[in-house]
Design a protein around this ligand. Structure first.
Ligand SMILES: Cc1ncc(CO)c(N)n1
Length: 227
């Protein structure tokens, strides 16, 4: 269904509502995944958590490069500042989280610095690098909003009572704190604005990128269990 058709059913519908709807069933399967549920309930196996964090650290490295591309592609200083502020949080607080977690889980430096990448991680990195290389702001927004909005969604659905293990508690917290929510709120608005103004081919490419991301997000959670 095109965005125009989608909006006939609901005139208030946002461009990002349409993206999410076009990414089903992967959106719902990812945001309600066993991984997120076990994380919230403090029952996630540490072997699963460790495998996930090693692969995700590689994801985040490419993700930060994409944020750099978004700073370059964003049309004006207010939007550049949003991406720069988020890149600062990821490279400081979130990076610190990863290093403390690897230490607590006893994961040796070689394992997280030069990880053996799983097939889903490789596909993810190719999508992130492709979006950056495209130079297309709409393309970058579709990829970024898929990654960040889905993380906000599962994290906000976690019980308020946080796990004992800090590598679980803080991973939820990083994606549920007000600063992160504010960034995702802005990112959705920016994607709504750019998507609604885009021509049909660009809108369809944004839909395809968002959907591809959600396929990979679901597969990435699955992969953490396949040790
Ligand atoms: C795979 C994946 N998607 C999204 C996020 C949120 O940035 C993350 N850390 N990892």
């Amino acid at each position: 269904m095109s965005f125009d058709e989608y909006r006939k059913n609901d005139p208030e519908a946002r461009f990002t509502d349409w993206l999410r709807s076009e990414a089903e069933p992967h959106w719902t399967r990812m945001t309600t995944h066993r991984f997120a549920r076990e994380l919230g309930e403090d029952s996630l196996d540490d072997a699963v958590a460790g495998r996930y964090l090693v692969q995700d650290y590689a994801f985040v490295n490419s993700f930060v490069s994409l944020l750099g591309s978004a700073i370059a592609a964003a049309p004006a200083m207010p939007s550049k500042r949003r991406f720069a502020g988020f890149a600062a949080a990821v490279t400081a607080d979130e990076n610190d989280f990863f290093l403390r977690s690897f230490e607590a889980l006893g994961i040796p430096e070689g394992t997280w610095k030069t990880p053996e990448l799983g097939p889903v991680t490789r596909d993810f990195i190719a999508v992130l690098e492709g979006a950056g290389r495209s130079g297309s702001y709409p393309h970058m927004l579709a990829v970024l909003v898929a990654a960040e909005w889905s993380y906000l969604t599962w994290a906000q659905a976690c019980p308020a009572r946080r796990p004992q293990r800090f590598w679980l508690a803080e991973w939820i917290e990083l994606h549920a704190i007000p600063e992160f929510e504010a960034f995702v709120t802005w990112l959705r608005e920016e994607t709504d604005r750019v998507g609604a103004a885009a021509d049909e081919a660009t809108g369809a490419a944004m839909r395809d990128s968002f959907r591809r991301m959600m396929v990979l997000e679901e597969a990435f959670f699955d992969a953490a269990y396949a040790g």
